[in-house]
Design a protein around this ligand. Structure first.
Ligand code: CA
Length: 232
């Protein structure tokens, strides 16, 4: 049975294009045009993935995302009109699985839908597990492994790594990382982030040697990349 995709988007032209490409790619597609219809459609259709526009008439995409999250762990890809919105979304820790900025190519959307479905259906059904290459993190058990080896991280280091893993492939600024650590970190200064990152890197290195997993993006922040270890 083909995966069903729910599109929540008010621009008819975009819906038409996405539907065309997704159906050609073998997906079943249902679409609604405002936020208020999203949750009822979700309950009725039980889609495998939701493509969710940020700017919707009535209830906006952020509220819809939160409502869907309360209903379960369906993969959600947010569609946003501006890059600044993307930054805001990432900072908000909404629990979306990916973000695509407009204008996008429909082919890219299909590729991202496939990638998110592969990731979320690839055996990691437990919403508490995060995976990025050789890194695996269990939010419930508060444990993290690299290449199967348990790492001994402080609470702050753990939260930092979890945040980077949730947004792997995306650059997060020090301010965004600090925001994600609210309620955990005692340090108020962004500099503290650098020290924690340094500690996380050292511990990763002790476990698996000199592999670049967390990249420094000069003047911006940090990005965790999916790295496969040669023997993993
Ligand atoms: Ca819109």
């Amino acid at each position: 049975m083909s995966d069903k995709i729910l599109i929540v988007e008010d621009e008819v032209r975009i819906v038409r294009t996405l539907r065309l490409y997704l159906e050609q790619a073998g997906f079943a597609v249902t679409a609604v045009h405002d936020g208020a219809q999203a949750v009822p459609a979700f309950r009725q259709e039980r889609p495998s993935l939701v493509l969710l526009d940020l700017n919707l008439p009535g209830q906006d995409g952020l509220d819809v995302c939160r409502s869907l999250r309360r209903l379960g762990d369906v993969p959600i890809i947010m569609l946003t009109a501006r890059t600044e919105e993307m930054d805001r979304l990432i900072g908000l820790e909404l629990g979306a699985d990916d973000y695509i900025s407009k204008p996008f190519s429909p082919r890219e959307v299909v590729a991202r839908v496939r990638a998110v479905l592969r990731r979320t259906q690839g055996g990691l059904t437990n919403a508490n597990l995060l995976q990025a290459g050789a890194l695996q993190l269990d939010l419930a058990a508060y444990r993290v492994w690299i290449d199967g080896q348990l790492l001994d991280l402080t609470q702050t280091e753990f939260e930092l790594l979890a945040t980077l893993m949730r947004h792997k492939g995306h650059v997060l600024s020090r301010a965004q990382l600090l925001e994600a650590l609210q309620g955990v970190a005692h340090e108020e200064l962004e500099r503290a982030i650098d020290q924690h990152i340094k500690n996380v890197r050292r511990k990763l290195k002790e476990a698996v040697g000199d592999v670049t997993i967390i990249n420094t993006i000069y003047g911006v922040g940090y990005r965790l990349d999916e790295v496969e270890l040669p023997h993993a």
